[in-house]
Design a protein around this ligand. Structure first.
Ligand SMILES: Nc1ncnc2c1ncn2[C@@H]1O[C@H](COP(=O)(O)OP(=O)(O)OP(=O)(O)O)[C@@H](O)[C@H]1O
Ligand SMILES: [Mg+2]
Length: 365
């Protein structure tokens, strides 16, 4: 039986609002799949349908081979759901929330207590076990919500913005935990707005724009567009940034306006990684003290901004102002437009099985 998530042609409207217009994707077991999309693109609506808490108007969904529409109880048994806010039971303590949840999943009182203690340890809430849930901070509530989602050792996890409100240490802990849960063979679908963070944890990505999953061809096209790289030279207080910018432009054979500045970094567009490698070689050969050289934004963010530019109605992203050739790049223009002639090699995370296709092995329930 397929332990993954399989969604085809799912739609859901609220009156005149078409929250989910057409969603098709597959998320494979053993992998973390990111659900990426702007505010209001339908991520939470989709997750609620997968969690059997909302009925789709149309389409087919399977989680571990189980249909949330015809067998909601079956789906809830195999599913861990972390909503974007903790919700219920503010007067129970953190420990009582977990014990009560475990009992809802038919654990005996003794087993529920043992499980609650394991989970409090796992999400580092031991010290607050006896505090009422309502006094927990936002990040602590998030951790409790995650623990609650894990109570019955689910094979599939749906996490809606799990990292929001977490401090840097808790985010790292979450990332490590998600990697471990995936390595144990679970299927994890996670939405987040913090793309740089998602980038570090996801294997695959599903992009939602205005309620539709984006095809892999558009995502592949985004990956091949020119992108901006950050170049940093060793600090030299005697030299103003503008002089550094011109040194770099000159070593690269670029005109001044092609190269921008963001605080201590110089921003340079390169057509692809091959061009970036050649650029770095020129900078080093010219004797410039380069200490950092990397894409200004990660792969996910690059694709996301690119898709948004398309969705904004530009006939071609190449004609949007932020991508106009000749204008000095800014951090926000991290994907200026003209399409590069050659595809950029290796751009993980890869798009999750796109509309019309299946996960790697072609299997399904
Ligand atoms: N119960 C509802 N009644 C009416 N409209 C709704 C309802 N739930 C969601 N919507 C609308 O559906 C669209 C998608 O909402 P959804 O919450 O799924 O977006 P999202 O991608 O999760 O956004 P965010 O990133 O802000 O969390 C929005 O336009 C929203 O206003
Ligand atoms: Mg949401």
């Amino acid at each position: 039986m397929d332990a993954g998530i399989d969604v085809a042609g799912v739609k859901r409207s609220f009156g005149a609002v078409h929250a989910v217009r057409e969603v098709t994707f597959a998320a494979a077991p053993g992998r973390v799949t990111g659900l990426v999309g702007p505010n209001g693109s339908g991520k939470t609506t989709l997750m609620l349908m997968l969690a059997s808490l909302l009925r789709p108007d149309e389409g087919r969904m399977r989680l571990g081979g189980v249909d949330p529409v015809s067998d909601p109880a079956g789906v809830r048994r195999l599913l861990g759901w972390m909503p974007d806010s903790l919700g219920a039971w503010p007067s129970l303590t953190a420990r009582e929330v977990l014990v009560a949840t475990a009992q809802l999943y038919d654990l005996t009182r003794e087993a529920a207590r043992t499980r609650a203690d394991e989970l409090l340890e796992l999400v580092d809430l031991n010290a607050l076990a006896a505090s009422p849930a309502r006094v927990l901070s936002r990040g602590q509530k998030q951790r409790l919500a995650l623990a609650r989602a894990l109570v019955h050792d689910p094979r599939v996890l749906l996490l809606d913005e799990p990292a929001s409100g977490l401090d840097p240490q808790a985010r790292i802990a979450l990332r490590v935990l998600l990697r471990r849960l995936a390595a144990e063979g679970r299927t994890i679908l996670i939405s987040s707005h913090v793309l740089s963070e998602l980038e570090e944890v996801v294997d695959d990505a599903v992009f939602l724009v205005e309620g539709r999953t984006v095809g892999s061809d558009r995502i592949a096209a985004a990956a091949t567009r020119v992108r901006v790289w950050r170049v940093r030279a060793a600090a030299d207080t005697a030299r103003p940034m503008d002089a550094v910018r011109l040194d770099i432009a000159s070593a690269l054979g670029r005109t001044g306006p092609e190269v921008g500045v963001d605080r201590r970094d110089v921003l340079v567009p390169f057509a692809d990684e091959v061009a970036a490698v050649a650029g770095l070689r020129s900078l080093v050969s010219a004797g410039l003290p380069i200490v950092e050289f990397a894409p200004a934004v990660g792969d996910l963010e690059h694709a996301f901004l690119d898709l948004r530019a398309d969705a904004a109605g530009a006939p071609d992203a190449a004609s949007t102002p932020r991508s106009s050739p000749g204008a000095a790049p800014t951090p926000e223009s991290a994907h200026p437009s003209p399409r590069s002639p050659s595809p950029s090699p290796g751009a993980p995370p890869r798009p999750a099985a796109p509309p019309g296709s299946r996960s790697d092995d072609g299997s399904s329930a």
